[in-house]
Structures are given as C-alpha cells and as structure tokens.
Design a protein around this ligand. Structure first.
Ligand SMILES: [Zn+2]
Length: 524
C-alpha cells in the first residue's frame, strides 16, 4: 500500500494526497495553493495526477486550500464521487462558486493589466515620448465601465483586435457549479463504502464547521489496514464547535499510517482567549466615544464566532445592544449553513441558546445586508453600529467601503480578529494602529483605499485567540491523549520550522515520524 503526497507537503497550502490501495486510488483533499500570485498560479495550473485514474475523493473540510482545485479535478475526466461531511457539502456550494468568481476576476484583472501596458507602449511609440498621467487615464478609461469596474467586453475586443494572448481563469463559476454535482455529504461516525475494499469514517476535527478526521479501512490481502488523515486539527474549548475527537471507535484505534497536519507544530497559542471579555471591553470603549465598530473578518468561521459571542453578550445585558450588520453575501450564506447544522454544536452552545429556544446566529439586533445599495448606505451611516464584513484581510470586498467612510473618525474602532498577511491593507492598518499606541501624539498616518489616501484616525484594536488551528500542545494531545495506537506518522501541512520541530518531538516520544516532500511516495 502506498501514499503519495502531492501538495501541502512541506508547505501549508495546496493539500492533496493520494492513497493507492492497489485496487483504488483515493484522493485526500484537492486544495489550492495560496500565497504570492505568480508562484501559486503556476503551481495551481499544474495538476500532478491524471484525474481519470482517481477512483474517489475524500474531502476533510471546505477551506479553499483543501478544496479549491476540485473543479479542475471534475473538469478533467474524474468520474468518481467526492465524499465529505454534510456541513462541508453545504458550505462548498457557496465557497466553490465564490472561488470560481475570484478566478474569473483575477484572470480579468491580469488581462486588463497586460492590455493596459500594451496600449501605453503603442501610444508612446506614436508620440515618441513618455505618456502623461492624463494620457494614461484616457487609456484606462477605454477599459473600465467606472472607476471600480473593468469593462470585460472592451478588454476582450481589444485583445482580439491586437492579437494578444488571453489569460483564462483556472475555472469559472459555471465549472465550479458543475463540480458540486459530484459531492456527496454524509454524517459523522458512519462507515461509508468508497472503493472496492475500502471504507471511510468521519470524526469531528473541531477546526471549522464540517471539518473531519478521516479514518480509512482497507482490506489488503486478508489484512485490515487503517489510515487516518487529520486534515486540519482544531483547537479545544473554542466557541460553537465540539472539540477535536480523542475517543475513536474501538475498531478504528489501531492506525497503520497517520497523515497529520503541523501548521503550528512548533508554536504555543496560549489558552483560548476570553473572547467575551475582550469583545465587551472594545464594545464599551467604542460606545463611550459614540462611534461604530468595524470588524474585517473571514466569511467562514470567524464571522459566525463573532456573531455568537456578540449574541451571548447581548443576551447577558452586559453591553449596549447596538445594531449588528453582517455585510458579506458569502458570510451571510455560510451563516445559514451554520444555522442548519446544530448537530455539530458543542454542549455550551446547546445550553446557552438551543435549550432556550434561541438561534445563536439570528436575533433581533442582527441584520444580513444583501444589496450593494444597502451596503453603500450603511457605509455612510453615522449612527453607532457594529459591522462585520469581508474580505478578512481588507484586500477586496465591501469592507473597503466601510473603512473608506469610517477610518478618518477617532470615534470609531477597527477591530482586528484574524491573521493579516504581509503587504495587505489589513496588515498596514494593524501595524499603524500598534504604532499609534506606542507613539501617542505622533501625526495621523495615511492609508490608501481603492487608490485614494485616507487618514487613519479611528482606533485600532486587536483580539487574539480566534485561531482555528491546534498549537503544538493540542496536536500532541491528539497523539498522546487519544485512544489511538499509531504505527507511522507522516507530518504534512507545515513550513519546515514547524514540521521539523513537531516530527522531532514525535520521535523523542518514540513514534516513527517522517516528513514527506512534494511528490514523495511512502510505502507502508
Ligand atoms: Zn483549514
């Protein structure tokens, strides 16, 4: 029996592994590479295995770095089924379409940029000198419907006219939609037949709604072999979701190969922060200044955790009941998915909400903004409110308009609740906010939003503790405090510094741990 590691090996994105049982080739996850645009685009376009040879696919959870290349699989000859949990299936119907939309927009933007450069050069040749900014704007105007929207028809027409190459999206929304028909959702803790001699069973992973540990059972020449793929491992004691499973069914405890993530294999998060206390303080401070609270947040997981904690605070009467707006169509849809799966909630959520007849995500003070017009009206609204909007790192989306209208006002608070990658607007706001605290009285810094400069006078606050990934102690807990007996461990999904440290830790404890590189095949 073999396992090949094709992505998310020695790195954190692009998860894809193939289990070869001799009779079946089962793909585990089919994720997209993320990071620097050029590099990840090249990696994403290369599909490292013939989709027609894959008999079935098992998906650990809906995050795009685990699911984002599914439409490429289904477009290229795959004829099996994609097996996952029911909440993940529901979430994918929004996440994959959104991903298709992003692929189309990215391709359109790259086409716009290359055509713009070409047209500048042509104009320059005619004039025989550099173009003025005004002349450049005239070229741009040819390619845009308005300052924010590209004119795709005009771009396609001009590319055609000049015989320029067109960049095609990785996949379209339509192709993402077709991929959905391959996906079958199943409940946790049920044995699901997936190959000729193979079954899979999902256990709660506690990472995001629908995330699962997959235990494969393979009949191999009269022997039973067990493979456990962790996908991403969650944290213990987080709001809403149950903890990662530590007690597996008796027949699933002897594991021949465990494929384990190690994102934070060398990091300690500290205890799950007291989100309620932190959020309460930020809300009270903002209310005292008569301002609004603006929270950039990822649509899946983070948004719902915020809504949950805010609802709890409102119920307890500890904070002013400001109106809350969730302003991201994707986040609104995914909140509905959360609402449809109470079977995945932990005990605390049942006690605090369900047993009182309350829905954690829907109450009188919350409104899910739908139309662009309503969103624009809200961005200009100066009566105090809370708005949770995407994109999480402020690189695109409706959050930009809320920032545009509110960032100059010292009454308002911008609350950072997630990781902000380098070179993003979110990171810049986070850093400038920290600087303002360290150097009080220094001049108000400026930030650029949609091409214009705005003074950052709003207060910037940060709450840690929202991470969805287990740290090294929690990963260790899964190994040492569960009822698993593990033969071999393949450490994946981590940068070298994290995977090496975690594998070394496992070896110290007497485990047979390896770190496969991309393309490596492990026989076991
Ligand atoms: Zn994940």
């Amino acid at each position: 029996m073999e396992c090949q590691f094709l992505g998310g090996a020695g790195e954190v994105t692009g998860s894809m592994h193939v289990l070869n049982t001799g009779r079946d080739q089962i793909m585990m996850d089919c994720g997209m590479f993320q990071g620097r645009r050029k590099e990840s685009n090249e990696k994403n376009r290369y599909f490292p295995v013939d989709p027609a040879k894959i008999t079935n696919m098992v998906l650990s959870h809906a995050h795009i770095d685990h699911s984002g290349r599914i439409p490429m699989l289904t477009q290229a000859g795959f004829s099996g089924r994609i097996i996952t949990t029911r909440p993940t299936q529901n979430a994918l119907s929004y996440m994959l379409l959104d991903s298709g939309h992003i692929q189309e927009s990215d391709a359109q933007y790259l086409n716009y940029k290359s055509l713009r450069t070409f047209l500048y050069q042509e104009e320059q040749k005619k004039k025989n000198q550099q173009l003025t900014n005004k002349e450049k704007s005239e070229v741009k105007r040819l390619l845009k419907k308005n300052p924010y929207d590209l004119d795709s028809d005009a771009i396609a027409r001009l590319q055609n006219q000049y015989g320029l190459d067109t960049i095609v999206p990785l996949y379209t929304q339509e192709q993402a939609n077709q991929a959905l028909s391959y996906i079958d959702g199943y409940p946790y803790n049920h044995e699901i037949p997936i190959g000729r001699d193979t079954t899979v069973k999902f256990y709660v992973a506690g990472h995001i709604l629908g995330s699962a540990f997959s235990v494969f059972t393979v009949k191999d020449n009269g022997r039973i072999r067990k493979i456990l793929y962790t996908g991403d491992v969650g944290r213990f004691d987080k709001p809403i979701l149950k903890n990662p499973t530590l007690t597996f069914d008796e027949q699933d405890t002897k594991i021949d190969l465990m494929i384990m993530e190690s994102t934070y294999g060398n990091r300690e998060h500290g205890p799950v922060a007291d989100l309620e206390t932190s959020l309460k303080k930020v809300l009270l401070d903002t209310q005292e200044r008569g301002g609004s609270l603006i929270i950039p947040a990822f649509a899946y997981g983070r948004t719902q955790e915020l809504v949950y904690v805010l609802h709890k605070l409102y119920e307890s009467g500890q904070v002013p009941r400001l109106p809350i707006y969730v302003d991201s169509p994707l986040a609104s849809n995914l909140t509905r998915v959360f609402g449809e799966h109470p079977e995945t909630y932990d005990k605390e959520t049942h006690t605090a909400f369900l047993e009182k007849g309350l829905n954690p995500f829907y109450f009188d003070k919350i409104r899910f903004v739908e139309t662009v017009e309503e969103s624009m009206r809200l961005s200009r609204d100066e009566t105090p409110h809370v708005v949770i909007s995407a994109a999480g790192m402020c690189e695109a989306g409706r959050i930009l308009h809320h920032l545009r209208f509110k960032i100059h006002n010292p009454k308002n608070t911008i609350l950072i609740v997630g990781y902000m990658a380098e070179h993003t607007l979110g990171r810049r706001i986070e850093e400038l906010g920290a600087q303002a605290v360290q150097e009080p009285g220094s001049p108000v810094p400026e930030v650029k939003i949609l091409g214009k400069s705005y003074p950052l006078a709003a207060r910037v606050e940060k709450i840690e503790g929202f991470s969805a990934h287990a740290d090294k102690h929690e990963l260790d807990r899964l190994i040492t405090q569960s009822n698993l007996e593990i033969g071999k461990i393949a450490v994946v999904h981590g940068e070298a510094s994290q995977s090496n440290a975690f594998a070394a830790h496992l070896k110290e404890k007497g485990y047979d741990a390896v770190i496969p590189g991309p393309g490596d095949v492990l026989s076991f």
